[in-house]
Design a protein around this ligand. Structure first.
Ligand code: ADP
Ligand code: ZN
Ligand code: ZN
Length: 670
């Protein structure tokens, strides 16, 4: 017998599958997923068995030296998934395999190489624990729409078909309840499920509902856990103790047996896309994983991504619709305020009045500003100079807590200058809108209000999210001021007013999804108001009241937003009408970066006429001291684009001082 081995070394040269002879003595021990020691070049190295074969045509085959660990690191299905990821996203196979290995494997490998004693955890072999009995639980009586949705999902589970669903329902329409009952059904059948959420810290209420319902059948997997904690959860999953995995994007790689269902909540969220290699999107991985396991996939959202909705329109997903809130609670009315008439005021007259009345009634309010592109900049009124980070091409943000300028990209900090570095004028002004400025203003107008500010500055410790949520949910604060983080998962009965203070900057970002993101953001935060018995209201402040994203959001009208947006996408030939691959070339020496970018562009243009754009400086043209240039491939057939890229990279050597990042289906256009 021979083994197909992936060498534990991420480099272009070693990114192949190698064949090794399995010595007779090891025949029964070496399996797919085994970690082995193999001769490689002039030394020995670790590798992972990804396949077993009877024959090989390679001459001079070498022999495996030994088993490096007892443990099985991944299954044959996981190998299939990793191979697909490495093909689709153009990553090394070993990097894709790392995703499906138990947490900490790489560190343990490094320790072994250094001959330090390993403190690797014990992984028990999976044993079938049989059917799961879930503690007595009275289900809600489902609405007719929920019933239709649940029945369709149940049927897919019974048929073991890799059916794909889009569960489209406004916030509060009962999507989560459908997930819960589908999973309860699945457990009765002895199957398991993965539930993915965009960010765990932001969904404590969802986690709590799952816990209440399924107790310790749940394993949590997310990046806020330590490696040890993750290892323990991984072990419970591999051993079949936990049949439901709840977590963020990497939880899609959990070693579940008998997978029956994958749920992605809020599938449009950009956190589902990994921003380091392999740059996978959890939605695409989930769909592939479901195919491999014949499991069902449910994408749930109030504001599906334009790509997903388009696929559903074409019939690639079965649409399940929850058109109204439970108990027909109305969506809160949205009042659009034209800020051009508010003379530089942060909080419009209307918002002040509403806030006052809300506080007088003893109810709660949320004030939202968009994090992306909205900071307090220091700008010179004489010459217009904005103080930049010396390492990155972004403006520095003023932080009123430590009274320093911060770079939101690289963490650079410095005291704010007193005079303009360019023209020496002392007319420096703090512009832009930050959560801190809103906090100051609200505190001034309503000195008695208890204010809670929630952003990356105020919530930077592990577990603090949950604390914040609890404080607000228990009514210990009247006004919550925050960025994107407050738009998600928060379900507080006493919240009756949502003020969208500033959101427009998101419309102006050089990203073809800018309108989509803005629409989704407003819809999300608007959905926080009036979720229970008290009626809610939303004040939407904007400088672009006529924009279709604003107009549609004000009417809670996904359909009309989608119809406009899809027209633009078609006119400009953006996804879903084309596919994109972004290349970012970076390095310290700008001429070298530009030269390589041009060379790559030249080669690619020969193979893909009309489909190569750039090179051009990236929107963030300098990051951590490195210059960045961008090439964009845009065309109807991603396979052709990939092929052209592969051929190009075989011809062009990337100098070691430069970096090339290949991003298939990029979400981040900056
Ligand atoms: P979504 O996930 O779409 O925001 P949820 O599932 O959280 O909606 O439902 C909104 C609220 O309604 C929750 O408090 C939930 O417990 C409740 N709920 C859901 N389904 C029902 C039902 N069929 N009958 C009564 N209450 C329900
Ligand atoms: Zn910086
Ligand atoms: Zn100046």
């Amino acid at each position: 017998m021979f083994a197909e081995v992936a060498i534990a070394r991420a480099s272009p040269r070693t990114d192949k599958i190698y064949h090794y002879q399995i010595p007779a003595a090891l025949n029964s021990q070496i399996k797919i997923g085994s970690q082995v020691l193999v001769p490689f070049g002039k030394s020995n190295t670790h590798g992972y068995v990804v396949g077993l074969i009877e024959h090989t045509s390679y001459p001079q085959i070498k022999s495996i030296l030994g088993l490096a660990a007892e443990q099985i690191f991944f299954s044959a299905e996981q190998v299939a998934l990793a191979k697909w990821i490495s093909e689709y996203y153009g990553s090394f196979l070993i990097s894709a395999l790392r995703l499906v290995m138990p947490p900490g494997t790489k560190q343990a490998e490094a320790r072994k190489r250094a001959k330090k004693p390993a403190s690797k955890p014990e992984f028990r072999d999976s044993e079938d624990t049989g059917l799961v009995t879930v503690t007595e639980f009275t289900d809600f009586k489902l609405t007719p729409e929920q019933t239709i949705a649940l029945d369709a999902i149940k049927q897919a589970i019974d048929n073991k078909s890799s059916a794909k669903f889009l569960l489209h329902g406004i916030t509060g329409s009962g999507k989560t309840e459908v997930y819960l009952q589908a999973i309860a059904y699945l457990l009765e059948k002895g199957k398991s499920a993965i539930v993915l959420v965009p960010e765990i810290g932001l969904t404590p209420q969802l986690v709590q509902r799952f816990r209440q319902r399924f107790q310790d059948h749940i394993a949590l997997l997310h990046s806020e856990l330590t490696i040890k904690q993750r290892q323990m959860e991984w072990e419970r999953i591999a051993a079949g103790e936990a049949k439901i995995v709840l977590g963020t994007r990497s939880a899609v790689f959990a070693p579940l047996k008998d997978l029956g269902l994958i749920v992605l909540d809020e599938e449009y969220e950009i956190t589902y896309k990994s921003e380091k290699s392999p740059r996978f999107h959890a939605r695409e991985v989930a769909i592939k994983l479901a195919e491999i396991n014949q499991a069902a996939v449910v994408l749930g959202s109030a504001t599906p991504s334009v790509e997903t909705f388009y696929q559903a329109e074409k019939g690639a997903y079965q649409k399940l619709i929850l058109p109204v809130r439970i108990d027909h609670r109305p969506l809160p009315p949205v009042e659009v305020v034209d800020m051009r008439e508010e003379k530089d005021r942060l909080l419009s007259q209307i918002l002040r009045v509403e806030l006052k009345e809300t506080l007088e009634r003893g109810e709660q309010a949320i004030l939202f500003i968009n994090r992306r592109g909205f900071f307090s900049f220091v700008i010179c009124q004489e010459c217009g100079f904005a103080i930049h980070c010396p390492q990155c091409s972004v403006s520095l943000a003023y932080n009123t807590t430590d009274r320093r300028l911060h770079c939101n990209r690289c963490g650079y900090k410095n005291v704010a200058p007193l005079i303009c570095p360019r023209c020496q004028s002392s007319a420096l002004r703090y512009s832009g809108i930050g959560t801190q400025r809103i906090e100051n203003e609200v505190a001034q107008i309503f000195p008695a209000a208890r204010i809670l500010r929630y952003d990356r500055d105020s919530v930077n410790q592990r577990g603090k999210h949950a604390q914040f949520f609890a404080t607000f949910a228990e009514g210990k604060a009247d006004v919550l001021i925050g960025t994107q983080m407050v738009t998600k998962g928060l379900d507080v009965a006493n919240v009756t007013l949502v003020g969208v203070v500033a959101v427009d900057s998101a419309l102006n970002l050089p990203d073809f999804r800018a309108a989509e993101h803005t629409f989704q953001m407003i819809t999300q935060v608007a959905g926080r108001a009036g979720r229970h018995h008290l009626p809610g209201k939303v004040i939407l402040q904007t400088y672009a009241p006529q924009h279709y994203a604003i107009q549609a959001a004000a009417k809670h009208d996904y359909e009309s937003f989608y119809q406009q947006e899809i027209k633009y996408r078609q006119e400009l030939d953006y996804p879903p009408f084309s596919r994109l691959i972004a290349l970012i070339i970076s390095g310290k020496a700008e001429e070298k970066v530009l030269k390589l970018s041009e060379d790559l562009g030249h080669f690619l243009k020969k193979r893909l006429p009309e489909q190569v754009f750039g090179p051009a400086p990236a929107t963030i043209n300098k990051l951590r001291g490195e210059f960045r240039y961008r090439l964009l491939l845009k065309g109807p057939e991603v396979d052709k684009m990939r092929q052209a890229l592969r051929e190009t990279l075989e011809k062009i050597v990337i100098p070691s001082e430069l970096k090339l990042v290949v991003d298939v289906d990029p979400m981040n256009m900056l």
